[in-house]
Design a protein around this ligand. Structure first.
Ligand code: SF4
Ligand code: SF4
Length: 526
């Protein structure tokens, strides 16, 4: 049976802590070399998707909870106006992708993994695509970093690599914890997806500008942009952009293409040789990782005051006639993108949001483009592996060999399936990045990643139950202590009264005197 590898050895090496990111490259554990299949969507420049007839803007577009609408049916909005926000300030901000009228706030397919409908703001465009009044930061280089962070926060930017964690929250945490290096993640390792590669080719200056703004806003001293070694002209495009910007603290580093190198922790391992501690974050090592597209969104937010209302989406796969990259506004129906790519090819059978390893199926092309939509992959019948019957685990250890999070997937799988929830945290479930490598190699066709997703949701439910039980216990204890206090106060009051009346003898004397007084009064009267 394979044993758990030592996941702390590298992070505890004091010499490694002083390494400069990207100076020397390392390997992360496991991973897979997969066919890229990216070239098919990189042949033509990025094309802007024309205005749609109707936009369905989901209120849930970030990791966590859904936003609440701040507009009402019938209200006119301009492009960039706020549509929704979470109570928790700084997260869940959703903006109008174009100008028009809010015709409904209703349930609609919302491109989430659950496949269930969710609340969307429906906008009928007026055709003008008119921006709200824009108030860009005048001179960002002389602007207080706190002002830059606030601008980023209010722009509804989330991690565009797929994690969709609110960037405003992430940079605020990075600033408070102290960051020395910003890592821009351009290593888009999942097959088929090429939106970041096209962005780096076509808009390198905007990425460098975003990197500089991010660097200033968190107080980092340098930036490393990681790209894959098979990305051709991207290296020269970015290097030239760095030169044009005149800065010397941004380096472009080529990393070997191995899936899932684009994972935050895996990339840090490759660039620094350090392991992010289990349950920890890159900020524990003084690093902040952002996707290259996120950097562009930051540049637009600060220097143009334009919130995140559009993104590049790769539309690809054998099931679409002309694969390409499109600049699409959030809320655009996926069918519009497919049409722009010449429609479905013969045999098109399944729509996936994301790549073939980590993506999830969409129920139909009525689903809208969301912030997480880096790719719409159209698979044909031939692409879809026939579902193999699951067989018992033969303890071959292949899943552990390829796991980039250095877990023991077979153990984790057994523990989750048998509901031994107390052991799950120690087996590192929270470190599983759901990359699907273990599934890919499992000869017994065990749907390991699906079990890990289920395990995470169960753990979240158990944690919720634990918290509500804890809250109930605290409420009970508070009530008991309040009652005990009231009882004590009452007792004290009685004691005080007794004292006021004096001791037992005193009391008796006072009562006898009172009776005598009454009798003598009666005697006089008779
Ligand atoms: S790869 Fe599959 S069969 Fe092999 S140990 Fe892992 S779960 Fe078991
Ligand atoms: S899905 Fe999780 S357990 Fe499986 S290889 Fe990826 S990180 Fe490891």
């Amino acid at each position: 049976m394979p044993t758990m590898p030592d996941r702390t050895a590298v992070q505890n090496d004091p010499q490694s802590q002083s390494r400069k990111a990207g100076e020397q490259l390392y390997h992360f554990h496991g991973g897979l070399r997969l066919r890229h299949n990216k070239k098919i969507s990189c042949a033509t420049p990025v094309e802007k998707v024309p205005l749609a007839n109707c936009y369905f803007v989901p209120l849930l577009q970030q990791a966590g909870q859904s936003a609440e609408p701040v507009v009402t049916q019938g209200q006119k909005v301009l492009k960039g106006d706020l549509l929704g926000v979470l109570n928790d300030p700084g997260t869940g901000l959703i903006h109008a992708p174009t100008s028009g009228t809010v015709t409904a706030i209703s349930n609609h397919p919302n491109s989430q993994p659950s496949g269930q409908d969710g609340r969307c703001i429906v906008i009928r465009p007026d055709g003008l695509d008119q921006w709200k009044t824009l108030e860009p930061v005048e001179d960002w280089e002389r602007t207080d970093p706190a002002v830059l962070r606030e601008k980023i926060r209010m722009s509804g930017i989330v991690g565009l690599g797929g994690a969709v964690f609110p960037t405003g929250v992430k940079i605020e945490e990075a600033r408070s914890r102290g960051i020395h290096t910003l890592v821009l993640n351009g290593s888009e390792c999942e097959p088929y997806i090429s939106c970041d590669e096209m962005l780096m080719r076509e808009a390198p200056d905007s990425i460098i500008l975003g990197a500089r703004i991010l660097q200033k806003s968190v107080g980092a001293v340098r930036t490393v942009i990681a790209i894959e070694d098979q990305m051709g002209v991207v290296n020269s495009a970015l290097t030239d952009a760095v030169r044009r910007s005149g800065v010397t603290d941004i380096d472009v580093v080529k990393v070997t293409t191995i899936y899932p190198e684009g994972g935050e922790k895996q990339l840090i391992r490759v660039l620094t040789g350090l392991e992010v501690p289990s349950g920890g974050r890159p900020t524990d090592l003084g690093l902040l990782v952002q996707n290259v597209a996120t950097a562009t969104a930051v540049a637009r937010a600060v220097t143009e005051d334009k919130p995140l209302v559009e993104r590049i989406v790769t539309v690809t796969g054998n099931g679409v006639r002309r694969p390409r990259n499109l600049l699409a506004q959030m809320g655009t129906p996926v069918s519009n993108l497919i049409d722009l790519c010449g429609g479905y090819a013969e045999g098109a059978a399944r729509l996936i949001l994301g790549g073939p390893m980590m993506g999830y199926a969409l129920s139909s092309d009525r689903n809208p483009v969301i912030k997480a939509a880096n790719c719409i992959l159209v698979l044909t019948e031939d692409d879809i592996r026939p579902l193999q019957p699951e067989m018992p685990c033969i303890r071959c250890g292949e899943c552990a060999r390829v796991c980039p999070a250095i877990l023991l997937p077979q153990e984790l799988n057994w523990t989750i399936r048998n509901g031994v929830w107390a052991d799950v945290p120690d087996l590192g479930l929270s470190d599983c990045i759901e990359c699907g490598c273990c599934d890919f190699v499992c000869p017994s066709h065990i749907p390991l990643t699906a079990w890990f997703r289920f395990g995470k949701s169960e753990m979240r439910s158990l944690e919720k139950e634990r918290r509500s039980a804890e809250a109930a216990r605290q409420r009970f204890e508070a009530r008991e202590s309040r009652l005990a206090q009231l009882k004590e106060e009452r007792k004290q009051r009685i004691e005080n009264k007794k004292l006021a009346l004096g001791t037992g003898n005193d009391k008796q004397k006072k009562i006898s005197a009172a009776i005598d007084r009454v009798r003598s009064r009666h005697g006089r009267d008779s």
